[in-house]
Design a protein around this ligand. Sequence first.
Ligand SMILES: [Zn+2]
Length: 290
Amino acid sequence: MKDSDQLKRFLFAHNPIRGEHVSLDASWRKIVAQSDIKGAALTLLGHALTAATLLVETLKIEGSVSLQIRGTGPIHLLLAEATSSHTIRGIVRQSRELDKEVSLQKIFETDKLVITIKNKAGLPHQGIVPLNGNSISEALQAYFEQSEQLPTRIWLACDEQSATGLLLQKLPAEENDKDAWNRILHLAETTQQNELIKLKAEVLLHRLFHQEELEIFDAKPIKFSCTCSQQRTLDMIVSLGKTEIHSLIEEQNEVAITCEFCNANYTFDKVELEQLFVEGDNLPLSSTHH
Ligand SMILES: [Zn+2]
């Protein structure tokens, strides 16, 4: 039986190469169940969530990493977020049928992948990467090359039950064995999708790298969790601006908002909304969001 919902880091004992293995299981199934996604959209979201989980660990940040693709194509939104507290959440939106075998640019009708890194102390840092290739791992390859990261490769796999990923990274250190990186990449390339999905981390790593000596660290558990709250939802309403809130109050007695990530419902009645005007004159006159 595979170890579920966890991330494991590992090191090659004799070479300056590190790695991570992640398996999203119950956390992933929860996301699948509440959004009735299937087919290519499901695969893209599974890959993006796995990649975000690997990235947040690799970048060693206290905060979150999100991958976002927004366009006008058959799949028009993909958003996957992972935090350093080992939580994930994500959504994908599809409005039309997809043709078979199309590139990410055709699927989304955009040429951008946006990677946002939010550090607990500081402003979010946004990186925009050209949306190339047919998969999230191909598109991320451009990010690794462009952002002057250490040489890094990822492999992603997903079905309705699990989303799994493997990352390898070459560390800046003196190499005695110059061929190690290429040899280890070559071994990783032999991974089959169903092995990534089905095998326990140790079994997969042994199957790939049994000629190398690995040090495998303790697993970190991962779970689905949403950061939405009554207050954040209210802040979002405030950001709509006075005019918009007034018309909401005029039109209906209450405003109900459902979180896209977790389906939580937040309802505000007329009194609560009117209270916003009493509490402060710092409301924007109109929306700054478009
Ligand atoms: Zn939520």
